[in-house]
Write a protein that binds this ligand. Sequence first.
Ligand SMILES: Nc1ncnc2c1ncn2[C@@H]1O[C@H](COP(=O)(O)OP(=O)(O)OP(=O)(O)O)[C@@H](O)[C@H]1O
Length: 234
Amino acid sequence: MEMDRIELDNLTRTYYDAQGETFCALDHASLIWEQGHSIAIMGESGSGKSTLARLMIGLERPSEGRVLINGIDTTKWGLREWRKHRGQIQAVFQDAGGTLNPAWSTSKNVEEALVNLTDLSSTQRKSRIAELMGQTGLQKSLLDTPVRKLSGGEQRRLALLRSLSISPEFLILDEVTAGLDLISTEAVLQLLEKYEQEHDCAYLVITHDLQVASRLCEVIYEIEHGKITKKAVR
Ligand SMILES: Nc1ncnc2c1ncn2[C@@H]1O[C@H](COP(=O)(O)OP(=O)(O)OP(=O)(O)O)[C@@H](O)[C@H]1O
């Protein structure tokens, strides 16, 4: 199935707080994310941004509401169904370590994703990894280094590289430039701009940085206490 539209329909997620009371981390959030159109979600820490991202790719189930992919309700999808779509929708989370295997080398982490989610040959896989290493500013000498020995910034760039290498149609970027120095931030932004044009990939950019949001996205949503409002359209 081609994936060309993801819709959040009154998506709600409640959790229990430390006192055992329920609270709403995401409160009837609705938005539409279409292929080729990037959107940003901005909001304070704890406003529900990462919760939204996790629900959107099926890492958590909503308490209420639905995530629709091309109009199909994903609420009842299990891991296997979501796995079928991992080549089309990817997410790079703040905690890159969560998606990478720390004991594996840099190249094995990417290679494994390419083997599972693409039809690329061994030669094509190697050349894609080498090309993206350069574009993400990762030294080729890191290819054989175990991920646990990489810095936090390098791990974040590797997680990005891994997702881009799969050529998804939709890519969630959760604070992808946070903690990077100015030069690395600029390199990542340029890479994302180039990649978006070349691959017609749509980003959902979660960020605190208005400059990052306006540079990469056509529409900016604001989230406050789990409630989403449209803030700006470029
Ligand atoms: N599994 C969970 N159990 C209980 N509370 C949770 C859980 N996950 C998130 N929360 C709470 O839900 C709220 C929203 O969290 P979320 O991580 O979505 O915020 P965020 O906007 O991404 O914040 P940040 O910018 O700091 O990453 C927070 O108050 C958080 O503590």
